[in-house]
Ligand binder design. Structure first.
Ligand code: NAI
Length: 318
């Protein structure tokens, strides 16, 4: 089996004082990477600070013969400090794992703008700022790997997590576009949606399930995506309990409408089953080729779409 190369890569892992980030840090350290263990040491809700979380992880890596340095900066307010620690200690940055996160769950009815903003700040804006600082370094050295940590809650939605799911899906868009912009500089940007035992999940899942969701089962994918050997970019992976799977967009074949007077809500209602039929799905990986669609639709024969008049849409369209 070929070996995945991580030795001497300088890796920044945000929020690496506990949970998933800690496991990534230990795994990178064991593989000869130079690890910046960032963590401000706050609570799950984002309050308070402590140097202890990051220090303990660094201690463990060094005890096992690895190289690591602690950093306690907030990804939102001082991302510069994190990059500085990497460059001052190890000379560069090759891999950025945007992992730091907080939760401020509540139903949308009770969600304050402050809590919405705070979660977006740490997950999305923190990742943006740090990636922005690493980007010129990656471009100059023609090498960079970025992992965005999204979530099943971002991909599918989850009750009580409007702030979190909005931030997490934002990270997917960020990864998809950065993958394009980084392609010619050998910068690869991917997103992972993990599920794992940590303080984030400890109170919402039973202990026997949590035992099957150890962060050790997530780390191998993160290490692969960070490596010299990684060939993919702009991809989304779901990873939990031993399952490693890729997520992609799926579009129904759809209904192509003739550009005539049939552009009515009734036409949509009539052809709704066709619009939502996934029998022959497509898997788009880039912006639509609208010229092709316009050309195809202008060649369509006349049809009777929209000929059925509906007096009330109220009870029919959801
Ligand atoms: P965790 O709470 O153990 O780890 C998050 C770490 O980020 C904490 O150590 C915290 O101190 C640190 N942190 C928070 N705000 C920070 C800031 N502004 N600057 C620097 N560090 C900060 O939680 P876990 O589960 O390990 O989460 C890691 C990532 O994985 C998060 O982005 C989370 O949203 C994501 N995730 C976790 C899932 C799970 O099942 N555990 C599911 C889906 C996504």
């Amino acid at each position: 089996m070929s070996e995945v190369t991580l030795k001497d890569l300088v890796v920044i892992i945000t929020g690496a004082g506990g949970g998933l980030g800690k496991q990534y840090a230990l795994s990178f350290g064991a593989r000869g990477a130079k690890v910046v263990v960032n963590d401000l040491g706050g609570t799950l809700g984002g309050s308070g600070t402590s140097t202890k979380a990051a220090d303990l992880v660094v201690e463990e890596i060094v005890k096992n013969g690895g190289q690591a340095v602690a950093n306690y900066d907030n990804v939102v307010t001082n991302p510069e400090g994190i990059v500085k620690t990497a460059v001052d200690t190890f000379g560069s940055v090759h891999v950025l794992i945007n992992n730091a996160g907080i939760l401020k769950d509540s139903s949308f009815k009770n969600m304050s703008e402050k809590d919405f903003q705070a979660v977006l700040d740490v997950h999305l804006n923190g990742a943006f700022r740090l990636t922005k600082l690493c980007w010129p370094i990656f471009r100059d050295q023609r090498f960079g790997r970025v992992i965005m940590t999204t979530s099943p809650a971002g991909l599918y939605g989850n009750f009580g997590q409007t702030n979190y799911s909005a931030a997490k899906l934002g990270l997917v868009g960020l990864a998809e576009t950065l993958a394009r912009e980084g392609a010619k500089y050998n910068i690869k940007v991917n997103a992972i949606a993990p599920l794992a035992k940590s303080r984030m999940t400890e109170t919402v899942m039973p202990p026997d399930v949590l035992q099957r969701l150890l962060p050790e089962k997530v780390a191998p994918l993160v290490l692969y995506l960070s490596s010299v050997d990684c060939d993919c970019s702009g991809s989304i992976f779901e990873v939990a309990a031993g399952l490693f799977a890729q997520i992609r967009w799926e579009r129904s074949e759809g209904a192509l409408f003739k550009p005539d007077e049939s552009f009515t809500p009734e036409a949509i209602l009539n052809r709704y089953p066709e619009i939502t039929d996934f029998e022959n799905p497509q898997h788009p990986t880039q912006l639509n080729d609208y010229n092709r669609i316009i050309e195809q639709s202008s060649k369509l024969p006349a049809n009777d779409q929209g000929s059925t008049k509906i007096t009330s849409l109220k009870d029919k369209v959801v």
